[in-house]
Ligand binder design. Structure first.
Ligand SMILES: Nc1ncnc2c1ncn2[C@@H]1O[C@H](COP(=O)(O)OP(=O)(O)OP(=O)(O)O)[C@@H](O)[C@H]1O
Ligand SMILES: [Mg+2]
Length: 292
């Protein structure tokens, strides 16, 4: 019999549906993961094996095959640990067979069976919600997942044992609460600028009308200084913008403790920064560029 668990693969900030299929058959003892896994996914075998043993479950001395479908989509990252482990627990009867049917699952396992936060939980939760599924993710990422929709079923266990107890009904988990990040530090303020009335007026008009701005002037005239003070007069992010900005931060792994911030992002790249440093690089990025 094949156990199926829904998870995702990331393409940019888009979460594509991936099906983790676990099959345990009689035969030579082996544990193989197929379906274009990268090194982190292939290594999940060791984490899953140790985490299950630490949770008091032994892997059967049989042939275990894990397939990540669709087989032609590259799978990257450590978030496949949890769906593989849960698929295995269903296959050996440690979880009810239909327990995971309504959930999308992602999370990394530590060797002691506890769950570690992963990047991309927010886009995964939004994609799961669009597919009518709930989400199972590590406790540390729970506050981030809870943002996707107010009525969505989100389970954020600390460990495999806590999740097993939840499905058994002995220790039912509460839904995580969406978290908002406390404003980090004070913003550079427009009031600090001496003179430059024309430039300040231009900043205000651009901020009010959401216009683009091109600054031109000799070195030391205060262009960078003016630009850094623009966020102080911009309104906080609206709900849609908040999710859009946070999805990028989520995939990049820069959301602290799963808390979202409504502060507008400000980046000040150095003028000598290369194209790749500004907009990203790598083989997947090149593929995406070709598609555009
Ligand atoms: N009107 C001003 N009020 C307060 N400080 C100013 C003003 N104009 C310039 N400065 C000071 O001058 C310094 C240099 O300005 P800034 O780095 O913004 O120049 P720039 O126009 O970006 O130069 P570059 O073309 O070399 O990047 C700033 O750190 C700032 O402290
Ligand atoms: Mg400058």
């Amino acid at each position: 019999m094949v156990t199926r668990v829904a998870t995702v693969a990331f393409e940019g900030i888009e979460a594509r549906a991936v099906d983790v299929q676990v099959q345990i058959t009689p035969g030579a003892v082996a544990f193989t993961v197929v379906g274009l896994p990268d090194k982190a996914v292939a290594e999940s075998r060791e984490r899953v094996r140790s985490a299950l043993i630490a949770s008091g479950l032994a892997l059967p001395a049989k042939r275990i095959t894990v397939n990540l479908a669709p087989a032609d989509l590259p799978k990257e990252g450590s978030h496949y640990d949890l769906p593989i482990a849960l698929g295995m627990m269903c296959a050996i009867g440690a979880l009810p067979a239909d327990a995971l049917s309504g959930y999308c699952v992602l999370g990394e396992l530590a060797l002691d069976g506890s769950l570690t936060a992963v990047a991309g939980v927010l886009p995964a939760a939004m994609a799961a919600n669009a597919r009518g599924l709930g989400l199972i993710c590590p406790a540390a990422s729970g506050p981030e997942a809870a943002w996707a929709a107010g009525d969505m079923d989100v389970l954020a266990p600390r460990s495999l044992i806590q999740l097993a107890n939840h499905f058994k009904g002995t220790q039912v988990m509460a839904r995580p609460v969406p978290a908002v990040a406390a404003p980090a530090g004070v913003l550079a303020d427009l009031r600090e600028i001496k003179g430059q009335e024309g430039a300040k007026r231009a900043l205000e008009i651009a901020a009010a009308g959401a216009h683009n701005l091109l600054m031109n002037g000799p070195p030391g005239a205060g262009k960078s200084m003016l630009a850094a003070r623009l966020p102080s007069i911009l309104p906080p992010l609206g709900p849609r913008e908040l999710l859009e900005v946070s999805m990028i931060q989520s995939v990049a792994g820069t959301l602290k403790d799963g808390a979202l911030s409504n502060r507008r992002p400000f980046r000040a790249p150095h003028h000598s920064a290369s194209m790749a440093a500004l907009v990203g690089g790598g083989c997947h990025f090149q593929q995406m560029l070709r598609l555009i």
